[in-house]
Design a protein around this ligand. Structure first.
Ligand code: TYC
Length: 107
């Protein structure tokens, strides 16, 4: 009976061709968009309390959005990114700010 080459013991060798499962889930950026009506303080509050930024980082991100039109509040798995976007929008609408928040794939 023929045997596989280079396999003297004769035990079949199965080469693993399936891709190993990805350890890292797809990540999503939560984006803040600039507008003329949402207050700077509100954006800083959201960055500190919903995105866990230090006051220094929160102010820096808020100013980046103010000057560039858009900026990243954080990067999360899809479920977490969607939850943070929703919570931010709820808080903004409660205070009647027109703040726009979106998510996009990070890679
Ligand atoms: N442009 C706003 C102002 O001058 C501040 C602001 C910053 C609004 C970031 C939204 O995502 C935003 N009051």
């Amino acid at each position: 009976m023929p045997r596989p080459k280079n396999n003297e013991g004769g035990t079949d060798v199965v080469t693993e061709t399936a891709k190993p499962k990805l350890a890292r889930p797809p990540m999503y950026r939560v984006l803040l968009h600039n507008d003329d009506y949402t207050t700077r303080d509100f954006v800083v509050f959201v960055l500190q309390h919903l995105f866990n930024k230090s006051e220094t980082d929160a102010v820096q991100i808020m100013l980046h959005v103010h000057h560039n039109g858009i900026g990243v509040a954080g990067v999360f798995t899809r479920e977490v990114a969607e939850m943070k976007m929703k919570r931010t929008l709820e808080l903004a609408r409660e205070q009647e700010f027109p703040l726009l928040v979106t998510i996009e794939p990070a890679e």
